[in-house]
Design a protein around this ligand. Structure first.
Ligand code: ATP
Ligand code: MG
Length: 286
C-alpha cells in the first residue's frame, strides 16, 4: 500500500444527459475514463491538459462534489465514491476546492469577516461574535492580508487580494486536502507569483496535500512534485515534475511544454519573491 491521502482506481464519470425526445435520450459519454491517481500525504500533484480534457470534473470528483459513475476514490484509507451526503459530512471539513473565480466563494453582500467564518459556523465551531472576528482576523493574517479587512466587502479588494481571501475561506476548517482549480489564471504574472508562493508556504506550514489544476506547466513546476497530463478524459502521462520536463514521453506532453508562455523560468524563481511577500504581510498584499 502507498501512503496516499487520496487515491483513485478506475475512476470513470459521465455527466447525466438531459431527457431528450421520447426514446431518443442520448447515451452518456464518459468525460473521465479509468483514472488511476495517488496523491501522497503532504504532496502536491499538478493536473494539466487542454480545455475540456476533464480537469475540473476530476477535481470535483476528488472532493466528492460529484459522484463517480464507476471506480473508487479512497480518502485517508476510506472508500468515499458512493457515500451519501450525510456520510460525507465529516469529510466536508477535511477537503476543500478553490476555484478560479473567488466570486463564487465570496458573497458580494457580506463582509469578509462573515464570509470567512461561514464554514466554521456551519460546523458549529464558532463561540460568538468576538470569536468570529478573532478567527476571521487570524485567517486574513494567514494569507497575508491586513486584519482590518474583516469589515471589507469583496468588491473593495484587488483580484489578487480576492484570491487570497478565497484561500483563507478554504482554510477556515483547517482541511487536509485542497483542490485548487486554475486559481492564478487571469492574474498578472507578479500577482500569480505571490499567490503561488503563499500556497507553497501554506503547504509546508500546514502540511496540506494539494491538487493543483492549471493549463500552464510553468506554474505546476514551481509548486508541484508530480504532474498528471490529461487528454480527452484520460491520463496520457504522469510522473515527477522534473522528469516530465526533462524527458517528456508523450507527444502531447511535448506539445504542452512547447506552449509554455515562460519557457526559461528557473525552478527557484519564486524564492526571489520572498522580500515582496514579507511586505504583503505588512499590508500591501497584491
Ligand atoms: N455540468 C456539465 N454538464 C455536462 N457536461 C459538462 C459539464 N461540465 C463539463 N462538461 C463537459 O465535460 C468535459 C470536461 O469538462 P471540464 O470542465 O472538466 O474540463 P477542463 O479540463 O476543466 O476544461 P477548462 O480548462 O476549460 O476548465 C467537457 O467536454 C465539458 O463540455
Ligand atoms: Mg476547468
Amino acid at each position: 500500500m502507498t501512503d496516499a491521502l487520496v487515491e483513485t482506481r478506475g475512476l470513470t464519470f459521465a455527466y447525466p444527459q438531459p431527457t431528450g425526445v421520447l426514446f431518443r435520450r442520448p447515451v452518456p459519454r464518459a468525460v473521465l475514463k479509468k483514472i488511476e491517481l495517488a496523491v501522497p500525504r503532504g504532496g502536491a500533484l499538478g493536473l494539466v491538459g487542454e480545455s475540456g480534457s476533464g480537469k475540473t470534473t476530476l477535481g470535483r470528483l476528488l472532493v466528492r462534489l460529484l459522484r463517480p459513475s464507476c471506480g473508487d476514490i479512497v480518502f485517508d484509507g476510506v472508500e468515499i465514491a458512493r457515500m451519501s451526503e450525510a456520510e460525507l459530512r465529516p469529510l466536508r471539513a477535511r477537503v476543500q476546492m478553490i476555484f478560479q473565480d473567488p466570486q463564487s466563494s465570496l458573497n458580494p453582500r457580506l463582509r469578509l469577516g462573515v464570509t470567512l467564518t461561514r464554514p466554521l459556523q456551519a460546523f458549529g465551531r464558532l463561540k460568538g461574535e468576538r470569536d468570529r472576528r478573532d478567527r476571521a482576523a487570524a485567517l486574513l493574517d494567514l494569507v497575508g492580508l491586513p486584519t482590518g479587512f474583516v469589515d471589507r466587502y469583496p468588491h473593495q479588494l484587488s483580484g489578487g487580494q480576492r484570491q487570497r481571501a478565497g484561500i483563507a475561506r478554504a482554510l477556515a476548517l483547517a482541511p487536509d486536502f485542497i483542490v485548487a482549480d486554475e486559481i492564478v489564471s487571469g492574474l498578472d504574472v507578479s500577482t500569480q507569483a505571490h499567490i503561488l508562493l503563499l500556497l507553497k508556504e501554506l503547504r509546508a506550514r500546514l502540511g496540506l496535500t494539494l491538487v493543483f489544476i492549471s493549463h500552464d506547466l510553468s506554474v505546476i513546476r514551481v509548486l508541484c512534485d508530480e504532474v498528471a497530463i490529461l487528454r480527452h478524459g484520460e491520463i496520457v502521462e504522469r510522473g515527477r515534475v522534473a522528469d516530465i520536463f526533462d524527458r517528456p514521453q508523450h507527444a502531447y506532453t511535448r506539445e504542452l511544454l512547447a506552449a509554455i508562455p515562460l519557457p526559461d523560468v528557473e525552478p527557484g524563481w519564486l524564492d526571489g519573491e520572498r522580500t515582496v511577500i514579507t511586505k504583503c504581510h505588512q499590508g500591501t498584499a497584491a
